[in-house]
Design a protein around this ligand. Sequence first.
Ligand SMILES: Cc1cc2nc3c(=O)[nH]c(=O)nc-3n(C[C@H](O)[C@H](O)[C@H](O)COP(=O)(O)OP(=O)(O)OC[C@H]3O[C@@H](n4cnc5c(N)ncnc54)[C@H](O)[C@@H]3O)c2cc1C
Length: 429
Amino acid sequence: MTARAEAVRSGGIEPDDVETWVRASWDLSLTVREWWRLLVEAGYAYPSWPVGLGGRAVSSATARMVTAVLARAGVIAPPVGHVAATLAAPTLFDHGSEAQVEELVLPIALGEASWCQLFSEPGSGSDLASVAARAVRDGDEWVVTGQKVWNSGADTADFGMLLARTDPEQPKHRGMSYFVIEMHQPGIEVRPLRQMNGASSFCEVFLSEARVRPERLIGDLHGGWRVAQSTLGHERASVAGGLLPGLFTARSGTHGDLDRAVGEVIEAARATAKARKSVIRSGAVPSKVMIDLARQHGVAHEPVVRQDLARYLTQVRVNGWTMRRIAAARGRLTGSDGSIAKITTSRICQVSRDLSYRIVGAHGMLSGPASPLGGELQVVNLASPGTRIGGGTDEIQLNLLGERALGLPREPGDEQDRPYRELKVGTQR
Ligand SMILES: Cc1cc2nc3c(=O)[nH]c(=O)nc-3n(C[C@H](O)[C@H](O)[C@H](O)COP(=O)(O)OP(=O)(O)OC[C@H]3O[C@@H](n4cnc5c(N)ncnc54)[C@H](O)[C@@H]3O)c2cc1C
């Protein structure tokens, strides 16, 4: 047997294999549903996932190679399903039973399901362990009542990762459970929120006696905190990921693009990109664009601006290398990679906003196509505070680094041991 045949037999994949497969499989008349099924059958949707669930159980380095070949071919990316592939599937791999993984992960790989995260509440954000939404048993099922907020993509989600209180007699960290809830049911009302940049990317979710099947409890009863920590860890780590240039995205789930032709989705994506002429990536102005902006606005010669541009360029470059090292180490670089990635990236977004506003001066008060960068600058700058908050605020990341990485003492207080029902939490404080 040749070395190549040996590699394939043992689950190894060569770039040539993927290229040959793409040439034979990709066809602009396929529907998105058909394309995603082909990716799953080949094990190229999420190559590091188990065989039969869209993967081939290969290493993350091989998985990255497969994605890079797909990106070079300019095809539609594997389905993301909002937070389905980045948060839900990894959490299910960590804590789900075999039956839960079988039932819930395949629809994610096939793009049939989009997910949202139902954690935060009006009184429980940073202090997530204080969630008040209640899940009460009714026969076999769970009945959930409460309010969630800031839930990204909840208006198009098919499933929600839900954290709810199941035993108020226990201390707050020990009396909650983690469920998978079906979003399309009478007890759930989703109200999209409007942000200050005009976009609407997250929602309020009202649960009024919504139902959860018994087999949708993930992990132990009252053990939801441990499962939620896993989701939050994957969320922090996902900051260092991102879509490779060349790949096109299509939307998963009931409200998605499944029955559209891949050619049509790509054409629409190209037309949107052309119309927006977007030069901003990941919530910050690229350093080259920032320098051009300074030239256009006649401030590139000013010593203080030049100094700040140099500082910004250095910060962006160093952060890019850090993100690549973190992505390559798959979260095992320092043990707190996710918090580091979150803080450094959010800081760049804040510096990008402040420096770009200083450069464009009074033009920073404008919005719309005639304002700087075709209106994109204002949209991104007004979203910049969100990068400090979503996925756990910068202050909470610093707490995590202090307590978990540096071994500093925990915050004082006896809340860890008192029953939840005796605490004044959230809006009761
Ligand atoms: C873009 C975006 C997307 C989001 N998506 C989702 C989602 O999909 N699902 C979901 O469930 N939630 C989501 N959220 C909500 C997010 O997780 C919470 O907003 C966040 O955890 C902060 O909670 P809070 O808003 O209640 O602020 P608070 O917890 O009230 O914090 C207010 C301020 O106090 C500080 N603070 C609080 N406690 C401490 C402490 N112990 N030490 C030091 N400082 C502290 C905070 O850092 C912050 O500056 C999203 C938020 C944003 C901005």
